[in-house]
Write a protein that binds this ligand. Structure first.
Ligand code: GLN
Length: 485
């Protein structure tokens, strides 16, 4: 039963000593073990370290110490470096990589007292929308195990959905927090670019990557984000601005909040059942006192093509370091240096990663750079300007997080373009660097639907506030798939 409680409630119960972290962590570890054959949400389970950390948390709590997350069970997406525990990034390339240091996010959550139960499955190098590109096998959606959980943070979303852990770290380059959160019926927030340190977060596309949270509720996400966010001198793009107390002020009324309904997000690609849920959610927000009006982002249709130039370009450069010498898998008995590079990379990377590296290398090459990369960067400016204009009129933007609910495993792997179109509503926020969330807002044929909220730079608090008020009125976020209840 304790697994059903929110992180906020667990943190309070642990502090009040109604519950011990060891007991809680044991329960969660049992649930993780039992779920692995069906869900495959974890790549590594760190039972021993978790029990040691739980004991330490219990001792600290007994003394009246311990951070705000003392004793709470969480997991890390397997691209956050963890000292002493392997970090695979969902790839064969890093199958045996053990980082000598902790990512800043890992360090901060540890300092806040959170207990890490393991490393979560993900698409290889965070490239994917279904968690099917993982070298460690796909993750299954807890609502229906024939369906994908979304990607690339599929393990994070599935594990929180099935309440194997209270919350998880995740990353979002083009939707990888919001899309799996939507498909699994959990709450995910991608903060403003620069809000959360990328130090120790394995890079995919550095100008788009941002770490964030997947949790059961907006309140839980606020609690996590408060500990994770903040300036880090080890990340040159980290922003030196104070971190507000995201938990404070969540209860304030929504009265007077100006919400823009994203016109272009209600296109012919949006499934009618999803649209029905989104429209109902909009009426709840209106009932809560928000003023709704339609807003247009005219250049939004260019976001997918622009992203699929910029992201592969940056990936081709970031992934050059995996050469079998400095980093990563090394092939058996290479003939010479050329052979070593070639075979190590051929064996270490999967098909989607190779496709991105090749696309990226192409768009950056002489003669094509101006036509593709530079053009995509210009389009990116147009999209950012669209958002800026919109936020001159409204406080928040809303729309669907994804065009459809979860789709069957295997149904889109052979068709990368169809797969890429899954990100049509999420990518623009990354291109503009603005914060965005997905919260559960209903079901389409038994599968969860996500409502997306997008805010201006550094308006995480506004997003969390609107989401929390919505969650006080609805119970979609409290639903758990029957077999994990
Ligand atoms: N699905 C997108 C991609 O494959 C986004 C991934 C992400 O946000 N990490 O690139």
């Amino acid at each position: 039963m304790i697994h059903r409680h929110t992180l906020t409630r667990l943190a309070a119960d642990l502090r009040a000593r109604k519950l011990s972290s060891v007991e809680l962590v044991r329960t969660c570890l049992g649930r993780i073990e039992a779920s692995q054959p069906a869900l495959n949400a974890f790549i590594s389970i760190t039972a021993e370290q978790a029990l040691d950390a739980a004991q330490a948390a219990d001792r600290a709590l007994a003394r009246g110490d311990g951070g705000p997350l003392a004793g709470v069970p969480i997991g890390h997406k397997d691209l956050f470096c963890t000292a002493g525990v392997r970090t695979t990034c969902g790839s064969r390339m890093l199958e045996n990589f053990v980082s000598p240091y902790d990512a800043t996010v890992v360090e901060r959550l540890k300092a806040a007292g959170a207990v890490v139960l393991g490393k979560l499955n993900m698409d290889e190098f965070a490239m994917g929308s279904s968690n099917e590109t993982s070298y460690y096998g796909p993750v299954h959606n807890p609502w229906n195990t024939d369906m994908v959980p979304g990607g690339s943070s599929g393990g994070s979303a599935a594990a929180v959905c099935a309440r194997l852990i209270s919350a998880a770290t995740a990353t979002d380059t083009g939707g990888s927090i919001r899309q799996p959160a939507a498909l699994c019926g959990v709450t995910g927030i991608k903060p403003t670019y620069g809000r959360v340190s990328r130090y120790g977060m394995i890079a995919f596309a550095s100008s788009l990557d941002q770490g964030g949270v997947i949790a059961a509720s907006a309140e839980d996400a606020a609690l996590m984000l408060r500990e994770m966010a903040g300036f880090d001198r080890r990340d040159s793009t980290s922003v030196d601005a104070p971190v507000p107390d995201y938990v404070a002020g969540l209860e304030a009324p929504l009265e007077g909040l100006k919400i823009g309904v994203l016109k272009e997000f209600f296109d012919e690609g949006l499934d009618p059942d999803n649209e029905r849920c989104i429209r109902e959610a909009l009426s709840v927000l209106a009932r809560l006192g928000a003023g709704l009006r339609e807003v247009s982002l005219p250049n939004i249709s260019l976001s997918v093509p622009a992203y699929y130039v910029v992201a592969p370009a940056e990936c081709s450069s970031n992934l050059a370091r995996y050469d079998g010498v400095r980093f990563g898998h090394r092939c058996e008995s290479p003939r010479d240096l050329q052979d070593l590079y070639k075979r190590s990379r051929s064996e270490g990377f999967g098909a989607e990663v190779k496709r991105r590296i090749m696309t990226g290398t192409y768009v950056l090459s002489t003669g094509y750079y101006d036509a593709y990369y530079l053009k995509a960067q210009r389009v990116r400016q147009l999209i950012a300007a669209d958002f800026q204009r919109a936020f001159g009129e409204v406080d928040l933007l809303v729309g669907p997080a994804t065009p459809t609910a979860a789709f069957p495993l295997g149904s889109k792997v052979a068709d990368p373009i169809t797969m890429y179109l899954n990100d049509i509503y999420t990518i623009s926020a990354n291109l503009a660097g603005v914060p965005a969330m997905s919260i559960p807002c209903g079901f389409a044929q038994g599968l969860p639907v996500g409502l997306q909220l997008i805010g201006p730079h550094f308006a995480e608090q506004r997003l969390l506030h609107a989401a929390h008020r919505y969650q006080l009125e609805t119970d979609w976020h409290l639903r758990i798939p029957e077999r994990f209840a």
